[in-house]
Design a protein around this ligand. Structure first.
Ligand code: FAD
Length: 286
């Protein structure tokens, strides 16, 4: 039987980390999902002047301080992307690539994506457009697939896809050096829209068009409505009350995902509230 955690925290930015810290202090059995880099929005900041107690630090310096704090508190991040979360009554099922996790409460701290979806993305979602290449790779056996990738870490998803698909186009949206399998065709161009009749069959880029059977769009975070069906979302932000409680029982949210201002210290403060609210909710059930 799999472990049923008290709290599952999705996201390892300041909101998720602060939630984890407070869950630890409250003695809850929790798991936090994210990455070793903690947050791209943290490591990419050149200079931060508004985080109390850390004048004039770089994002990397602040990240290192967060890592020290996590180590001192013996908090480990589970390096997994959660693709979907389902409310199961008295618990939540969190779907990672090839594993399902269970938790009595969840804290959504997965940040927010700037920018609008590509034209055609929402129309063809589930009809040739997907967000998790490793989950859906089997659907594209011997087919032609494009991967639009926001981060270098997405290269592994494209590599996996290339073992199944007949052709993979890789469209990197980042500046680092690309190192994907040699049978993957790297296309350095700007995606504009996805077109098709009943399903996606073409990816239109600024300088070329690609005939495809499917396209995966790999971003830092998945839109909250897609991540948790039934979640109340307004203008791409999760709706919460003052206790960071969402419309779903046992589901809390914190940080950029719940709205502006998009700032580190606001995210950390909300992570704290979300964790304490999750603890109160759990204690009320005992
Ligand atoms: P994030 O920091 O975005 O963290 C979310 C985390 O969740 C990421 O690790 C992501 O990979 C992970 N995640 C997402 N989806 C999933 C999933 N499905 N499964 C598992 N993990 C997932 N703010 C300031 O206050 N001061 C500044 O000086 C400042 N400078 C900035 C500079 C830059 C270049 C940028 C981009 C942002 C800056 N910000 C600044 C804003 C700040 O970065 C954000 O407000 C803050 O990072 C939000 O924290 P968060 O925890 O809500 O989300």
């Amino acid at each position: 039987m799999s472990t049923r955690y008290d709290i599952a925290i999705v996201g390892s930015g300041p909101a998720g980390l602060s939630a984890a810290l407070n869950a630890k202090i409250r003695g809850k059995n929790f798991i936090i999902f994210g990455s070793d880099d903690l947050s791209n929005k943290l490591i990419k900041a050149k200079q931060i002047d508004n985080y109390l107690g850390f004048p004039n630090v770089s994002g990397i310096e602040l990240k290192n301080s967060f890592v020290n704090h996590l180590n001192k508190m013996d908090i480990n991040i589970t390096n997994e992307k959660i693709n979907n979360i389902y409310a199961m009554g008295d618990y939540y099922a969190l779907m990672a690539n090839d594993q399902v996790y269970e938790a009595s409460t969840i804290i959504l701290a997965s940040g927010v994506n700037f920018g609008k979806p590509f034209k055609g993305e929402e129309e063809f979602l589930g009809k040739g457009v997907g967000y998790c290449a490793t989950c859906d790779a089997a659907l594209y056996k011997n087919k032609i697939v494009a991967v639009i990738a926001q981060n270098k870490k997405d290269e592994s998803e494209a590599n996996f896809l290339s073992t199944v698909a007949s052709k993979v186009y890789y469209i990197p949206m980042y500046k680092e050096e690309i190192s994907v399998n040699k049978d993957i065709e790297v296309v350095k161009d700007i995606p504009l829209k996805i077109t098709g009749v009943n399903k996606a069959d073409q990816l239109v880029l600024k300088n070329t068009n690609l005939d495809i059977d499917g396209v995966f769009i790999l971003r830092d975070s998945i839109s909250p409505a897609h991540l948790v069906p039934g979640l109340s979302v307004k203008n791409n932000h999760v709706e919460v009350d003052n206790n960071m409680k969402t419309n779903l029982d046992g589901c809390f949210a914190a940080g950029d995902i719940v709205g502006q201002p998009h700032q580190y210290i606001k995210a950390a403060g909300e992570g704290n509230i979300a964790a304490l609210s999750a603890c109160s909710y759990l204690d009320s059930k005992d």
